[in-house]
Design a protein around this ligand. Structure first.
Ligand code: AMP
Ligand code: GLY
Length: 427
C-alpha cells in the first residue's frame, strides 16, 4: 500500500515509525514531514492544511490510506474532502472534529449526553461575560471557543485575571475568530490524564493511558506549552478507573455522536480530571496527542495500518490489539526560549550515539540542512525509552538525552516523577 501521513511533529514521526513497520506498506510519504521523518519516508513540501494540494498528491501517487496528525486540517474538513473523492482517510469529519474545534459544541454535547464535565456558561459578547464575573466565584476557567494552539485556556484565581482573559480573547482577539465566543467554567481539581480511543464511528477500543506535562518548567511551573514530555501507562488510571472512564465518558460519547448522525471515526482524545466525584472531561481532541502518541505507539505490538484500515471500514470490533506491558517515557527537548521566542538552525549532535534498542528519538522541529540535522522549531526532539518499570524507562530516556546536544537546548528533568510517586506509594 501507499500511505500518506500529514503533519510535521513528533507525533507524525511516531506515526511514520510505527506505520513503516507494517508489512502492508510499499511506499510511505509524509507532508510536509521533518528531518527525522525524511529518514523513513519521502517528505513532500505540501502544508498540512492545503487540502486541495494534498488531494491532488494523493491521486497522483495512488495513496491507499491517508493518516492525519494535526487538528487544524481535520477541523478544516480534510476527511470530508478525501472521502467525497473515494479516498480512504483516518481522521474524523469536519462536523465530528467540532468536538475539538469548538468548546461550546463539546460542552453542549457533553451535557446533552450526561457525560461529567465542569458546570459552564457560554458568552458571545465581552460585556455580558464581564457582568457575569461580578457575581462569580473564583477560581474559575475562561476558554476560547475555537482552537488556539493549546493557549486558549486561562485558569483565573481572581476577578482581575478573569478580566484579562476576556480582554485577550474577546477584545484583543489574540486567537482571532477562535475568540468570538468563550466558555466560562467551574475550576476543578484533581489528577489529570488522557485516555485516547480509536473509533470507527460505532466501535472503539481504548489505547493505554498516557500523561503529558504541559508546563515548561519542572514541578509544573511556568507557561503552558504543546507538551514537554509524556509517559504511558499513567498509574493514576487504575484498571477500575479506566472502566469508569469507558462507561461514563468514552462509550456514551461514541454512541452519542453516532446517534446524533455525526459518527466519530479516528482518535477521540479525552483530557480528564479525576475529581472527588469521579472522572470529568476537561476537553476533547479529535486526533492523537503530542507527545502522548510518542509514549503510546512504541507499546503497540499490533499492526497500526491494520488498525487504521479497520477503523476506516467500520470493523474495529473484529480486531484484537496487543500491547507491550512495559512503561514508555518521552522527554521533549526544546529550543531555549520556547514557548516564547527562540532561534532555529543550531546543529544537533549526538543523535548517532543513541543506540539503545529500547530508545527511539522522535524528531519534531528539525530539518536536514545539507546532511546536518538542525533545529527548526520550538519542540525539537522527543527522546523516548521503554523500560520494565517506570523508573527504568525514565533513567534510560535521560541517559539518551544526556548524549544529545544543541545550542540553547532546554528540557524538563522531572518527566514521570509524579507518577513515580504514585507507583512507589502503591508498592
Ligand atoms: P484544555 O486545553 O481544555 O485541556 O485545558 C488545558 C489545561 O487547563 C488542562 O490540562 C487543565 O490543566 C486545565 N483546565 C482546563 N479546564 C479546567 C477546569 N475546568 N478546571 C481546572 N483546570 C482546567
Ligand atoms: N499533549 C496535548 C495535546 O496533544 O493536545
Amino acid at each position: 500500500m501507499n500511505i500518506l501521513v500529514i503533519g510535521s511533529g513528533g507525533r507524525e514521526h511516531a506515526l511514520c515509525w510505527k506505520i513503516k513497520q507494517s508489512p502492508k506498506v510499499k511506499k510511505l510519504y509524509c507532508a510536509p514531514g521533518n528531518g527525522g521523518i525524511a529518514q523513513m519516508a519521502e517528505c513532500v513540501p505540501i502544508p498540512a492544511d492545503d487540502i486541495e494540494g494534498l488531494l491532488k498528491f494523493a491521486f497522483s501517487k495512488k495513496i491507499d490510506l491517508t493518516v492525519v496528525g494535526p487538528e487544524a486540517s481535520l477541523i478544516k474538513g480534510i476527511a470530508d474532502a478525501f472521502v467525497q473523492k473515494g479516498l480512504k482517510i483516518f481522521g474524523p469529519s469536519k462536523e465530528a472534529a467540532q468536538l475539538e474545534g469548538s468548546k461550546v459544541f463539546a460542552k453542549e454535547f457533553l451535557c446533552r449526553r450526561n457525560i461529567p464535565t465542569a458546570v459552564y456558561k457560554v458568552f458571545d459578547a465581552a460585556n455580558n461575560a464581564l457582568d457575569f464575573l461580578n457575581k462569580a466565584q473564583f477560581p474559575l476557567v475562561v476558554k476560547a471557543d475555537g482552537i488556539a494552539a493549546g493557549k486558549g485556556v486561562y485558569i483565573c484565581q481572581n476577578l482581575k485575571e478573569a478580566r484579562v482573559a476576556i480582554e485577550d480573547i474577546m477584545v484583543q482577539k489574540i486567537f482571532g475568530n477562535a475568540g468570538d465566543k468563550i466558555v466560562i467554567e467551574e475550576c476543578l481539581s484533581g489528577q489529570e490524564a488522557s485516555v485516547l480511543a480509536i473509533c470507527d464511528g460505532k466501535h472503539f477500543f481504548v489505547l493505554p493511558s498516557a500523561q503529558d506535562h504541559k508546563r515548561i518548567f519542572d514541578d509544573d511551573l511556568g507557561p503552558n506549552t504543546g507538551g514537554m514530555g509524556a509517559y504511558s501507562p499513567a498509574p493514576a488510571v487504575t484498571p477500575k478507573l479506566l472502566d469508569t472512564i469507558i462507561t461514563r465518558v468514552i462509550e456514551p460519547a461514541i454512541r452519542g455522536m453516532y446517534q446524533e448522525g455525526v459518527p466519530f471515526r479516528g482518535v477521540l482524545y479525552a483530557g480528564l480530571m479525576f475529581t472527588q466525584d469521579g472522572p470529568f472531561v476537561l476537553e476533547f481532541n479529535a486526533r492523537f496527542g503530542d507527545p502522548e502518541t510518542q509514549s503510546i505507539l512504541p507499546r503497540l505490538k499490533s499492526d497500526l495500518v491494520e488498525v487504521m484500515l479497520a477503523a476506516c471500514d467500520g470493523r474495529l470490533n473484529e480486531l484484537k490489539v496487543q500491547w507491550d506491558p512495559r512503561f514508555c517515557v518521552c522527554v521533549v527537548l526544546t529550543s531555549g526560549g520556547y514557548p516564547g521566542e527562540y532561534r532555529n538552525g543550531f546543529e544537533i549532535t549526538g543523535l548517532a550515539d543513541v543506540n539503545d534498542e529500547d530508545t527511539i528519538v522522535f524528531h519534531a522541529g528539525t530539518k536536514n540542512d545539507g546532511g546536518t540535522i538542525v533545529t527548526a522549531g520550538g519542540r525539537v526532539l522527543g527522546v523516548t525509552s521503554l523500560g520494565n518499570n517506570l523508573e527504568k524507562a525514565i533513567s534510560k530516556a535521560y541517559e539518551a538525552v544526556d548524549k544529545i546536544h544543541f545550542e540553547h537546548m532546554f528540557f524538563r528533568r522531572d518527566i514521570g516523577q509524579k507518577a513515580l510517586g504514585l507507583v512507589k506509594s502503591k508498592d
